[in-house]
Design a protein around this ligand. Sequence first.
Ligand code: ATP
Ligand code: MG
Length: 437
Amino acid sequence: MNRLQPTRSVLDIARRLEAAGFEAWCVGGAIRDALLGGHPLDWDLATTATPKQVIDLFGRRRTIPVGIEFGTVSVLDEAGVAHEITTFRRDVRTDGRHAEVEFGVSLTDDLARRDFTINAIAYRPKTREMRDPFHGQEDLAAGVVRAVGDADQRMREDRLRALRAIRFAARYGFHIEPATRAAIDASAPYLTRLSAERVQQELVKTMEQVDQPAAALRLWQETGALAVLVPALSTVDADALAALDLLPRDRGRPPKPQRTSNRIAALFLDVPVAEGRRALADLRLSKHQIAWAAALAEAWQTLGQAMAATLAERTPTDEEVRRWLARLGRLHAGAFLRVAAARWQAMRDADEPAPAAAAVRALHRRMRRSMYRDPLQIADLRIGGDELRGMGIPAGPIYAKILQALLDRVLEDPARNTPEALLAEVPRIVAAAGGRT
Ligand code: ATP
Ligand code: MG
């Protein structure tokens, strides 16, 4: 059985290259994943054609010179989807950040510059030939991540490979071959030289691709990579790592990036909020992701313990549920509870006290209902600034105070959220605030 079935578009592109007299080989991650029984969508091609020849062959309108100095041109298929075509190349000089490359080398040379044996297998659709000079298929079968060539030297060339090895090991449940592992350990102190963008990309890919990312983060921890790359996480709790595996990764199409954001937030849950923000900004995560993680950490640190204590003891009242929701906000409430639930389960798994799964599930259901039904924020009140002005109250900071006080009464009893009942409350609030209407 041939598991190597590149997509139609990739086969078309390969045929066109071959028809023009160039070799076209599928390489890298797609071969690896197909041999592991997956159905990869991103098939990268390696070719004897130079970038200019690729552009001439497919035309300027169908090509994008994405990394032309490294030999990579994207070719668009009929649906406009980009496929990467890279000229056979050798890395002449690598200082861990910038590479200088030479074209016109053999396929074996091209495979030799790849990081791990499982990523250095090639397949030529035209002849159905496999090229596997580093025995990547044996390592795939045995479940081993092994550097191509001398592990120390390969990690010195590009320290990112240390993190990539860990990601592949966690993703496939492979173990890391001892010399490769030793080279990773030796790499940890040098990881500071990696650009923040590359580290961020590894962290995000780990959260996106790996079903059980805790194993990867534990390796980051054991090898010293974590303390070097994200000092804010150097004392991260074992439960915080275990919780990552209890938050599903995003398998959806289109993806729900919130899942990855939740995993990142879960990792930073105990980090003081300002410090966490700084660490995430240092990793060049998006403003949105930073705000998301900060909101969940803030909620966890201010509300988490009280919620856990109540849930461990009794069923919370409707009012408590509403007040928790009001604190969390509709935007973050669902995510917060998912992240907290994962964390509490990790704690139970470690025989530490935490609310029971059934109590958390029941709370989740009640929160969902309350979230759609009940007034929880000032915008949900049946009166607003217009009505206060209509009562002759001069606009000013007092408005926010009045509305906040009204919300407090409504959280106590949502039935009070009628224009009449709220208007009747206003004079009392103003009087209590010592103000005049
Ligand atoms: P993924 O599923 O994460 O995309 P992948 O193997 O396709 O996995 P890419 O980053 O897309 O990873 O790289 C494609 C191929 O390029 C790899 O399979 C490997 O052969 C080679 N490669 C990528 N990064 C490196 C690196 N830092 N050092 C050496 N070879 C690399
Ligand atoms: Mg890839």
